[in-house]
Design a protein. Structure first.
Length: 205
């Protein structure tokens, strides 16, 4: 019986290790993604030259317009603290128009940027390494059971959000949403009473 439980405990570690091996085995050049998320000459947190806590709303809009990556900027919600945009067909990584992209404004400055991405969690971890803090928990709010993921990289002002069906066994392959902004340890107010490791994700539900 003891051997059975040891094998059961080791299964998530094995699944996780296989995911890492598969990601490393695939031909992959992360230079463009690394340059996008960690641009030279723009201290983190930074995205497309926009520095949360430093760049004003007007400056951010001008940077978006000048990039060529953005087709339409919707600032109708600026008074309520949000500017959204749609990607153009010149945007990198085949970002689609329907993928959410926007930033939150506080006191006239960009506070944080939120991006739906086609990036996989494994790609983010290859660039940034193990997060400072992470947790997973079950989510039953959508009528189906999902395992949700949250991670924080304080040094880079980066929060990573993910979600996958409970029957998925490779958490590193889930697509993620990124929040880029001024992140402090005091802002890490997630419910950490649940499972607190990616290793738990394949059987958190």
């Amino acid at each position: 019986m003891t051997k059975f439980y040891l094998r059961l405990t080791g299964l998530p570690l094995l699944v996780f290790a296989i995911g890492l091996i598969l990601i490393h085995a695939q031909p992959y050049d992360d230079h463009e993604l690394r340059q996008l998320l960690l641009p030279e000459g723009c201290p983190a947190p930074c995205f497309m030259g926009i520095r949360p806590g430093v760049t004003t709303m007007d400056e951010a809009v001008k940077l978006l317009e000048a990039s060529g990556w953005v087709e339409k900027i919707d600032d109708r919600s600026a008074d309520s603290g949000m500017v959204l945009w749609h990607w153009s067909n010149q945007s990198p990584f085949n970002w689609a128009k329907e993928q959410f992209a926007g930033f939150v404004i506080i006191s006239g400055h960009v506070d944080h940027i939120v991006l739906d991405t086609g990036f996989r969690l494994g790609e983010i971890r290859l660039i940034f390494g193990i997060p400072d803090i992470e947790f997973v928990k079950a989510d039953k709010s959508r009528g189906e059971e999902y395992a949700t993921y949250w991670a924080n990289y304080w040094q880079y002002g980066l929060i990573v959000l993910g979600s996958q069906p409970c029957n998925a066994i490779q958490p590193l392959f889930q697509l993620v949403t990124l929040s880029i902004g001024q992140v402090t340890k005091s802002s890490a107010n997630a419910d950490l009473s649940s499972s607190n490791s990616l290793y738990e994700m394949p059987h958190v539900c």
